[in-house]
Ligand binder design. Structure first.
Ligand code: ADP
Ligand code: MG
Length: 335
């Protein structure tokens, strides 16, 4: 029933930034090397993402927004071996229940693009219509929560929602240096974020967060046995850039990716913050970017329905090793 679906959708999509996270992940899964985000009124009015990825086949359009429609899972056993987190086919369906959703898409080699609008999980009456376009996909989300007053009222000002949207783009841009990202407010000529493909993460971080942050970053890497059976085939690795000084910033920037997905891991974050707060002056906030690679079978992404908070095997050991390594870095750098 529609109300139930709407409430369920509101659990997946909380605000423009959470819709954007899902849409960006889809673009990256589609192999995009260029992603452009356009935002109006903090995303409350308009959130548009254009990618140059593989596009969506015409035959897939009618069912695109049905729940559990996904091209990323062929059989049940794949669940345990999923290397992408986007295996549930919930995101576009959820968005279609709480906003006006339009998809324009063109697969490589097609003669034209197709445009389709969705409402409450279903393709709008007229079906997909041919139109001009470029290979790739544009997802347009308008009037988010037009039919969910409680969620709409819980939204912050456009200024604050835009900051959250931009933060998500900045984080993904930190991770995927092989993809060009642009984020702009609708109608503004100068983008809020624009970064070209670069081989070096430090250059990307400088472009996003400024040279002051980049100057104090130092690399930190670790590897270890992921499941404790002594088999080198199941290794975890940590590849990080961490600040050795603080900044006069309002808050800590702690960016965590696990297997290329933006996630939260509260114990890991707290461990890093504890090291920093013991060593840095109180008014100065640190910056840390961490990328973990874990064998998919050691990862539990179902801790939270929005897939943000994750848990994994031997988490305590990994957290402790990161903490010790960070402590060494800070002690070395600060005498
Ligand atoms: P999931 O990502 O979990 O599969 P979604 O609801 O996020 O579920 O997306 C449903 C499907 O729509 C995806 O599996 C994919 O096939 C297709 N899709 C969505 N966005 C894009 C995109 N930008 N490019 C190509 N295909 C896409
Ligand atoms: Mg998805």
């Amino acid at each position: 029933d529609e109300v139930v679906n709407r409430v369920a959708a509101g659990e997946v999509i909380h605000r423009p930034a959470s819709a954007l996270k899902e849409i960006l992940e889809n673009s990256l899964d589609a192999g995009a090397t260029s992603i452009v985000v356009t935002v109006k009124d903090g995303g409350n009015k308009l959130l548009q993402v254009t990618d140059n990825g593989c596009g969506i086949r015409e035959a897939d359009l009618p069912i695109l927004c049905e729940r559990h429609t996904t091209s990323k899972l062929s059989k049940f056993e794949d669940l345990s071996a999923m290397s992408t987190f986007g295996f549930r086919g919930e995101a576009l369906a959820s968005i279609s229940f709480v906003a006006n959703l339009t998809v324009t898409t063109m697969t490589r080699g097609a003669t034209h693009a197709l445009k389709a609008s969705y409402c409450d999980g279903a393709l709008d009456g007229g079906g997909a219509r041919p139109c001009a376009g470029n290979p790739g996909t544009t997802i347009t989300v308008e009037n988010l929560f037009y039919n969910v007053p409680t969620r709409r009222k819980a939204l912050k000002s456009p200024h604050e929602e835009f900051a959250k949207v931009l933060d998500v783009v900045q984080r993904y841009a930190s991770s995927r240096t092989d993809v060009a990202f642009t984020c702009r407010k609708h109608g503004e000529a100068r983008p809020s974020l624009h970064c070209a493909v670069t081989p070096h993460r430090i250059d990307r971080l400088r472009a996003i967060y400024g040279s002051q942050v980049a100057r104090e970053l130092t690399p930190m890497t670790l590897t270890g046995d992921a499941d404790g059976d002594g088999d080198r085939a199941a290794e975890y690795s940590v590849d990080a850039l961490v600040s050795t000084a603080g900044y006069h910033s309002r808050r800590t920037t702690f960016i965590l990716f696990i297997n290329d997905r933006l996630v939260e891991c509260a114990p890991l974050r707290r461990a890093c913050e504890a090291v920093y707060s013991a060593i840095l002056p109180k008014a100065e906030k640190p910056f840390a970017y961490l990328s973990l690679r874990l064998p998919p079978h050691t990862l539990d992404v179902n801790v939270h329905p929005t897939k943000r908070e994750v848990a994994f095997l031997r988490q305590d050991e990994v957290v402790e090793r990161v903490q010790r390594a960070l402590e060494r870095r800070l002690v070395e750098a600060n005498g």
